[in-house]
Ligand binder design. Structure first.
Ligand code: ASP
Ligand code: MG
Length: 407
């Protein structure tokens, strides 16, 4: 008998109609004889009554004056509401189900309130309940410290709850239900002919998620990857199979392999490029710059260290602070706001010559300057002006034939 973890996101639970679709997926797997653990996120989006952002909004008028521990108690309410509501839907259909909070489900975390890490999952209780025939509904995004304090796992953390439970229970698959048809070759709001992928490797989806694709939390993928638990990202609102995420080895052994070098594009906006020139010959300019950024918790990217100085990027939100710090150190930084980072991702590019040439050619033909670039064995990043983003994404998507259905 299969053991399936199903995770339903906020938009999948937001109203009667979407919850009917959720029910349909639970009923289908239940009738097929699978044992089910269902992880839910808080229902709806910002502005809707029980969404996580709406709960946060409640304390904003008091200047967010709530200690981290108590804030986690507040945040945990959203998932509890959606879980119990789903339980009542299942009970009304005659499907025996039980709700467990993260802690009751055995998810033990450290005590970093607001961004707790899972340290252990005690699975006895869930195992007992599923073998007794219950559908076990677990509130996503939360856990409990060893001394019983409620914690949350950081925003978007219910994906992590799902794959961590999948790994601990050795599930056959973790199905992440969302409002899109799986993982697409690019963001369809920017690339009109973006297409759902049938398979991607963990590495690829991790790269996509870390580089701005908002389809699954990167930490959730890392956990699934470590445990080699297959994940499927699929739509609540259709019967489509979505995108299967697994390891490249498993894909290859099933005869599925990429004859393509590039799988997809991701992008991040609101990036600022900073340059600091070393005018006085060799000195510790690099060290002083990056140490200042690090002590103030500014995350840096696109780092190029040269004898003549350093060039790197920070997010728009960190720009003023970064500038102040650099000026405080006596530097006169060059600043270019309004940049975007485009990631060209593909497990198949490793060792393949010519990928960068295609990128440069596509962008040059569109008259788009590349401000900086970097690469790893599965990703090439280019920094561009945000004004060029739409055209750049479309040009790269076409140049790599991502709009074409693979054979
Ligand atoms: N409800 C939480 C959030 O909005 C967790 C999640 O949705 O995954 O961040
Ligand atoms: Mg969510």
């Amino acid at each position: 008998m299969d053991l399936i973890v199903q995770k339903f996101g906020g938009t999948s639970l937001s109203d009667e109609n979407s919850r009917r679709h959720v029910l349909r997926h639970i009923v289908r797997e239940n009738e097929a004889g699978s044992r089910l653990v269902v992880v839910v996120s808080a229902m709806g989006r910002s502005g809707e009554p029980y969404a996580t952002d709406s709960l946060l909004e409640l304390i904003r008028t008091n200047g967010n004056a709530l200690p981290a521990r108590e804030k986690d108690l507040l945040l945990s309410c959203g998932e509890l509401i959606s879980a119990t509501l789903l339980c009542s839907i299942l009970q009304a259909e005659g499907i025996p189900s039980v709700v467990l909070t993260g802690g009751q489900a055995g998810i033990i975390t450290d005590n970093r309130f607001g961004s707790a890490r899972i340290t252990e999952i005690k699975t006895e209780r869930i195992h007992k309940l599923i073998s007794d025939g219950f559908v076990v509904i677990v509130t996503g995004f939360q856990g409990m410290t060893p001394d019983g304090e409620m914690t949350t796992l950081g925003r978007g953390g219910s994906d992590t709850s799902a794959t961590a439970l999948g790994a601990a229970l050795n599930a056959d698959i973790v199905d992440i239900y969302t409002d899109v048809d799986g993982i697409l070759t690019a963001d369809p709001r920017w690339v009109s002919d973006a297409r759902p992928l049938s398979t991607v490797s963990y590495e690829e989806i991790c790269n996509m998620a870390q580089n701005g694709a908002k389809v699954i939390h990167p930490r959730a993928v890392e956990i699934a990857m470590k445990a080699s638990i297959p994940v499927r990202v699929r739509s609540t609102f259709s019967e489509g199979e979505g995108t299967l995420v697994t390891n490249a080895h498993a894909l290859r052994s099933q005869g599925i392999w990429f004859d393509k070098t590039v799988t997809g594009l991701a992008h991040v906006r609101g990036v600022t490029q900073l340059g600091v020139t070393n005018n006085n010959g060799p000195s510790d300019v690099q060290l002083r710059v990056f140490r200042a950024m690090a002590t103030h918790g500014i995350s840096v990217d696109f780092i190029n260290v040269m004898p003549s100085g350093v060039v790197y990027t920070v997010s728009e939100t960190d720009t003023s602070l970064a500038m102040e710090l650099l000026q405080g150190l006596g530097f006169e930084p060059n600043v270019r706001r309004g940049c975007a980072k485009v990631s060209v991702i593909g497990g198949g590019m490793n060792g393949e010559p010519g990928v960068m040439a295609v990128i440069v050619e596509a962008l040059t033909n569109s008259g788009i300057p590349i401000l900086q670039s970097a690469d790893s064995n599965t990703t090439i990043w280019v920094l561009l002006s945000e004004e060029d983003l739409a055209e750049a994404l479309q040009a790269l998507h076409t140049a790599f034939g991502l709009h074409l259905t693979p054979n």
